[in-house]
Design a binder for this molecule. Sequence first.
Ligand code: SAM
Length: 345
Amino acid sequence: MALTDQTSELPNQPEQIRTGPLTDRFGRRHTYLRVSVTDRCNLRCQYCMPAEGIEWTPRKDLLTYEEIVRIVRVLAGEGVNKVRITGGEPTVRKDIETLIAQVAAVSGIEEVAMTTNGTTLPKMAQRYRDAGLKTLNVSIDSLQPERFKQITRTDKMDTVLAGIESALAAGFAPLKINVVSMKGVNDDETADFVAFAKDRPINVRFIEFMPFEGNEWSQGKMFSYRDMLDAVMQRFEIEPLPHRPSEVAKDFKIVGGQGTVSFITSMTEDFCSDCNRIRLTATGDFKPCLFMLPNVSVRDRIRAGGEDQAILDALQESLAGKWEGHPGPQQLIRLKNASMIQIGG
Ligand code: SAM
């Protein structure tokens, strides 16, 4: 299928209205920055990375830690208060705990979070925590060794499970477990994951499968929020928890247990109306929405000698183009976008 340029398919074309550095034309304030630090990963998840692989970005093109911290400092001065470190796999970047500590030390940053595949956690969970990491999401899509191997094209399930134990021991609570739910792949494990979380400080988060370049998304593989709910309720009683502003997940308590379960319903019930997220790619581009192309290079402006104001200008330009809401999956599969590993989840 031919991919189309995003500009010809925008659901709502941007007007250039300036409303403050963190605010877009729909009045949404972007206080949550998601920073991808690399496009490399030590797993090869089928839904995240094309089978043929990707061409790794040369080191010199990646933002340095110094550049990332500067961008965070400037944005925190305007009100950004949460930063997520992601990738690729963020922990394959050297000394990631140094970046965690430097970002955590920026005045105004209240929460540093990280999303990881968990493979470094057996050795490093406590060090990440000591560096100032507050929230940790660990991705694991199957609790069955053969299936884990098939999904990730690697044999590291035991390491990830050991990593989850290390993260709990290090005090990450609740520890968030991300599961991408796919029909015919792991949908039959939905209740098993709830059982895994039930009696521990674990928040299991089921994510609807989203289309990205090269991940062979199809409607048939969609295991929707409603499907997931049905699967959970066949074995567990759950009760909705109050919705928190800008929280993307629908949260539920597992009755009789300590754990919680959440659903990220990007494909069937989007949560764009109070979106507060802006993304920074590993190569230093702002990306206003997960499904939009990166649109302004802050790296180039910094490397050309730009002052701090140039960082704010780059953000404003990026946000000026942000959609009011992203299109549905049938339109998304026709839009150009990178694969998830390149975007940073
Ligand atoms: N390597 C880290 C990890 O494995 O968590 C961080 C990067 S990964 C791209 C971030 C999150 O995006 C993971 O939880 C992953 O499962 C999720 N993800 C990747 N591709 C996805 C897709 N097509 N649909 C839904 N979630 C996806």
